[in-house]
Write a protein that binds this ligand. Structure first.
Ligand code: SF4
Length: 345
């Protein structure tokens, strides 16, 4: 495979947040993207075999995707080190150390396209980070890199608009890549609505999440998540939980939960977290406490590579049954109230 102008991107971790940007940016630079395949059992077990057992599932998945790219013959693999996205706002140590992890555990004939984004210690800008990537391909002209940056923003913004308006992840990505913006028609109401709180790499990876979104939709549930919210709404959610932003992906958890806890159309909350994730366990504790004060039922699901699908489905079904019963009881109560008022007339 000709690799001079190609780059392999693992379909894991930041893929679920920033791939539209990378697509626009790299295409404009004339660099062909090769994606790893969607996650499979083999990808997870290959990744898990190279790291210590306690490592969280998303990192095992990430390592598996790097191996998948190597097996495809890809020689340049993009493994950024996204340390800090704003002053004093950090990623977890595992995400920050991804290039070191890959260098140490994955052996093979490939080069890591490594760039560091650190807004705290080094205070470097996005453009410095992008220059580092372009330099691997001997692209040094700053105007070319800036144009590519703009192209990346356009694809990312189009993607964001579509998911915020309810288009599903795959459709939004497909259309954003083609330069289209599709706003789906308003969806019919469903009997119950659930806010699914989790990182994109957990909820949108169909293998890791056991396709939870589809499972819930099959149960006639409308599913909401952080992708449908604007940054202002996520910040408002952080305020609702009196939370201070520290983790780079905290908006996806705390901000999202804070927003939906105040949203009357939401009947219940499901948090989906990876076993062994320190930041998520702290954030979920906050969310749980606040959910009680808002009287919203909450189910916490933890995933790792051994999570059994049968038990997973049973828990989701039991939770949805309970929400349906709550909803029926609320409707009955409301009806009785209205009947009493009518009787007084
Ligand atoms: S935030 Fe948690 S789940 Fe995500 S990579 Fe870090 S430790 Fe793993």
């Amino acid at each position: 495979m000709e690799n001079k102008k190609t780059i392999g991107i693992p379909r894991a971790i930041s893929y679920y947040n920033y791939f539209p940007f990378w697509y626009g940016f790299l295409n404009k630079l004339g660099i062909e993207i090769i994606l790893s395949s969607p996650t499979t059992k083999k990808i997870v077990s290959d990744g898990a075999s190279l790291v210590v057992t306690e490592t969280c599932l998303p990192i095992k998945v990430y390592v598996g995707h790097v191996l998948d790219l190597i097996n495809k013959g890809v020689k340049n693999i993009f493994v950024p080190s996204i340390q800090s996205i704003a002053p004093k706002i950090y990623n977890c140590s595992k995400i920050r150390g991804l290039p070191d992890l890959i260098r140490n555990v994955v052996k093979g004939d490939f080069r890591i396209i490594e760039a560091t984004l650190d807004k705290s210690e080094k205070n470097n800008n996005l453009i410095d980070f992008l220059k580092e990537i372009a330099n691997y391909y001997d692209i040094t002209d700053i105007n070319t890199i800036k144009e590519a940056q703009n192209a990346g923003f356009i694809v990312q913004n189009n993607f964001n608009v579509m998911v915020q308006n309810g288009l599903n992840f795959e459709e939004a990505l497909k259309n954003a890549k083609q330069g289209n913006v599709i706003i789906p028609p308003k969806q019919d109401a469903k009997p119950i609505s659930i806010a699914l709180i989790g990182h994109g790499y957990n909820i949108y990876d169909k293998h890791s999440s056991m396709d939870i979104i589809k499972k819930l939709e099959k149960m006639n549930v409308r599913v909401y998540n952080s992708y449908q919210l604007t940054i202002e709404q996520l910040k408002g959610g952080m305020n609702c939980l009196n939370a201070t932003l520290y983790w780079a992906n905290q908006h996806e958890m705390t901000g999202c939960a804070g927003h939906y806890l105040q949203d009357e159309k939401i009947d219940g909350i499901i948090t989906l977290t990876a076993f062994g994730c320190g930041p998520d366990s702290l954030m979920v504790e906050d969310i749980k406490r606040k959910a009680k004060t808002y009287n919203k039922p909450l189910l916490n699901l933890t995933i790792d590579e051994h999570t059994g699908e049968a038990g997973f489905i049973t828990r989701i079904e039991a939770f949805c049954d309970m929400l349906y019963r709550n909803k029926r009881a609320q409707i009955m109560k409301q009806r009785q109230k209205e009947e009493k008022l009518l009787a007084r007339l």
